[in-house]
Design a protein around this ligand. Structure first.
Ligand code: AMP
Ligand code: ZN
Length: 112
């Protein structure tokens, strides 16, 4: 499958990992938009939020349970933002479900 994040999971493309377990991987975004910009992905390929189902949502729950730990380890003691772009209107550029953890400075109120 021609998926850049699956290639990162397989170790075929290098990444700056910040957290990994049997279900998920977190790594620094290659083009950070904020001082801390981490991507959290399921190891199993899910195309986007639109493909989350009762059959695969446990990994999404696991991601959300783990995000506070990843954020704390990254020093985000004053808050952070979690974003998942889904589809063309949201400018989803990588078609493998991912959650952006963004912080390290005051973020703008406006998100769109
Ligand atoms: P999105 O626009 O929501 O699909 O976000 C995709 C994100 O993946 C962007 O912020 C990119 O900078 C990031 N990205 C693309 N390729 C890589 C890579 N090889 N390593 C780390 N981050 C990447
Ligand atoms: Zn993938």
């Amino acid at each position: 499958m021609d998926c850049i994040f699956c290639k990162i999971i397989a170790g075929e493309i290098p990444s700056s990992k910040v957290y990994e377990d049997d279900q998920i991987l977190a790594f620094n975004d290659i083009n950070p938009q904020t001082p801390v910009h981490i991507l959290v992905i399921p190891k199993r390929h899910i195309r986007s939020m639109d493909e989350v189902t009762s059959e695969n949502s446990a990994v999404v729950a696991h991601i959300f349970e783990t995000i506070p730990k990843i954020a704390a380890k990254a020093g985000l003691t004053n808050g952070y933002r979690v974003i998942s772009n889904c589809g063309d209107d949201a400018c989803q550029s990588v078609k493998h479900l991912h959650f952006h953890i963004m912080g390290g400075r005051q973020l703008p109120e406006n998100m769109g």
